[in-house]
Ligand binder design. Structure first.
Ligand code: F6R
Length: 617
């Protein structure tokens, strides 16, 4: 989604803006632009298309300035064209704005301005007009006050960033329901929509809270609420560095992140299981949880809310919690939850899963549940993100920064987070002996080594991708823990290769989807060993009898049987626990999607129409 960067107090502000926008590219965008105060005017450059188009347009422009704001736009209102790209200026060219979010009452705000011709189709441009009007109404020009007066009237979600010609070294930002980070280091003020754009300059940052307005100058930051009262943002230190966000020799971030999965899973499991005091039996500790154990012991229902890939992790979470903790769990698409009447009360635990912690659908669903007194536990990868701050407790996945738009390493760590949550709920409710929990945990600790083994299948998977890269339709089937992974496999393939892919519970095939199978169809069957294996074999036979080629994902124990029924079998090491298979069987599907997409010449890190952080509803 849209990316914002603002810099003031640096001789090479424009270069800094371009570098910052590059770091924000992974969020997804379709145009880019920047504005700098230059003498008596605001000079804006913007272009539809990739960042290179914008950088090309900058060449030859007199853009020397110590201050400026830049933007990558992900179109919502108006097509991705030059004229709709940000920044937008008021008609006199006095105020410029860039925006992430949606101004819901923009039509009303436009109508108030009377018969004015707008230069774009966006919901954003009108905000610059209103700020300019407020500036005119003030006795002495004060951009921050004009912004505060304007944002008090805005409805919707926004991270807004302004410069004005009256005060060319000052940037003013305002935030509601869209992330905005500010920082000050070595005489330079910064703002950005995420820390990726700032870590080259500083690790000490502050996330603005909803309703806060920040004035950013070379000599410091000033943060207020919308009425001008001093306000405190959420300050924190970023613990990952620039190197972690670089490609490190891989062709793409996605491939690098797939290969980082052993480490990511290892880090997410680290230090969760220790004795609280010498001599005591080791117990599972989720220190950052901050939800009282007695409260958790009283829970009689769990809702897991998430979107996309995170939802698939939540489906594994349901199996874990029901199996180990014996609590009924519903898993629901976050964007649906708050528009019905879910039965939620103080005895319902809501688990909101989000890599970014900024997905507006998930944040809104969690806050809807909190309004009904349900405790909210976030499973989240980004420290200090909105969801993490607003939840009652957080279980951080330690996947490190994920730059590729398609979630990979964060998915497997979300599964680990869900397994840990299931075990923890079981522990606080006294459902298992400490030794049983310890045994399962020690078996989960073997996952990183097992993932390493699965990654060795890369060459074999590339050959399969070569063979099937032009298959128009791929169906993924699975049962029990295989179903969420089948769904994730289909999502990965479609989002980066743009080929049709769907997933079904294998038992549902005969109720309709099997009609799609014909000679030349590809069916990917999740068939590790376990209690549903014989049923999977029957389902594989059914699709094979109708002409489909079958690629089966099996385990050491099941592979021999599968080889009789499937065209290809990818063999995983025997899982240390049935639910841990989900982590292992995800990896070949990620690699298959990756190779199909790259062999088709697609940009896997920035798939079309998609954004890494989805900050609009
Ligand atoms: C798919 C993908 C998305 C995200 C979804 C939720 O590869 O990345 O489906 O999983 O947009 O994002 P988070 O987890 O940040 O809430």
């Amino acid at each position: 989604m849209c990316g914002i960067i603002g810099i003031t107090g640096r001789d090479d502000a424009v270069e800094g803006i371009v570098a910052g926008l590059k770091r924000l590219e992974y969020r997804g965008y379709d145009s880019a632009g920047a504005v700098i105060p230059d003498g008596q005017q605001l000079r804006a450059v913007k272009r539809a298309g990739k960042l290179e188009e914008f950088v090309h347009a900058l060449e030859g422009q007199p853009m020397a300035s110590t201050c400026g704001i830049g933007h990558t736009r992900w179109a919502t209102h108006g097509a991705p064209t030059d004229r709709n790209a940000h920044p937008h200026l008021d008609p006199t060219g006095r105020v410029a704005v860039v925006h992430n979010g949606i101004i819901e009452n923009y039509q009303l705000l436009k109508a108030e301005l009377g018969d004015v011709r707008f230069a774009s189709d966006t919901d954003t441009e009108v905000v610059a007009y209103h700020v300019a009007r407020e500036l005119d109404a003030l006795d002495t020009p004060d951009l921050a006050e004009a912004v505060r007066r304007t944002v008090r009237r805005l409805k919707g979600a926004f991270a807004l960033c302004f410069v004005a010609i009256d005060d060319p070294e000052t940037i003013v930002v305002a935030k509601k329901e869209a992330p905005l980070i500010v920082a000050h280091a070595d005489g330079v003020g910064y703002c950005a929509s995420d820390v990726a754009a700032l870590i080259a300059h500083t690790r000490d940052v502050a996330a603005l809270l909803d309703g806060q307005v920040a004035v950013i100058r070379p000599d410091g930051l000033e943060i207020t609420d919308v009425d001008g009262n001093p306000a405190q943002p959420h300050e924190y230190t970023v613990h990952w560095d620039l190197e972690a966000a670089e490609k490190q020799g891989y062709d793409s971030f996605m491939l690098k992140e797939i290969f980082e999965q052993p480490q990511a899973v290892h880090d997410t499991l680290l230090d969760r299981h220790t004795a609280s005091e010498p001599g005591a039996a080791p117990a599972l500790h989720l220190d950052e949880l901050h939800i009282d154990e007695r409260e958790l012991a009283r829970i009689d229902k769990v809702f897991i809310l998430a979107c996309g890939t995170s939802l698939h992790a939540g489906m594994v979470g349901k199996l874990a919690i029901e199996h180990w903790a014996g609590i009924p769990v519903d898993v629901e698409v976050a964007s649906e939850f708050r528009y019905r009447d879910p039965i939620v009360d103080a005895h319902t635990l809501v688990i909101a899963i989000s890599q970014s912690g900024e997905t507006v659908d998930t944040i809104a669903a969690a806050s809807h549940a909190r309004d009904q007194r349900a405790p909210v536990l976030a499973i989240c990868n980004v420290v200090g993100s909105t969801l993490a701050r607003e939840a009652d407790g957080v279980l951080y996945t330690h996947a490190g920064p994920e730059v590729g738009v398609a979630a990979t390493k964060t998915f497997v760590t979300q599964i680990v987070g869900c397994l840990l949550t299931g075990l923890y709920l079981s522990q606080v409710r006294g459902r298992m002996f400490a030794t049983e929990t310890a045994d399962i945990l020690s078996r989960l600790q073997q996952m990183p080594a097992a993932i390493e083994q699965v990654l060795e299948l890369d060459g074999e998977i590339r050959e399969l991708a070569e063979r099937y890269k032009d298959t128009d339709y791929t169906m993924f089937i699975g049962r029990h823990a295989g179903l969420p992974i089948a769904m994730e496999g289909a999502l990965k393939l479609k989002e980066i290769s743009y080929l049709h892919a769907e997933a079904f519970p294998a038992g549902e095939m005969k109720h309709g989807p099997i009609a799609l199978i014909e000679s030349g169809s590809l069916v990917v069957a999740l068939a590790p060993g376990g209690h549903v294996f014989p049923k999977m074999v029957s389902n594989i036979q059914e699709v094979r009898a109708r002409g489909a080629s079958v690629l089966a994902i099996g385990t050491d124990g099941s592979a021999a049987d599968l080889k009789e029924h499937a065209d290809h079998v990818l063999t995983l090491p025997e899982p240390t626990h049935e639910l841990a298979t989900t982590v292992l069987s995800t990896v070949p599907l990620q690699l298959f999607a990756y190779h199909v997409a790259t062999l088709r010449g697609e940009d896997v890190d920035k798939p079309r129409n998609l954004a890494k952080t989805v900050t609009v509803e």
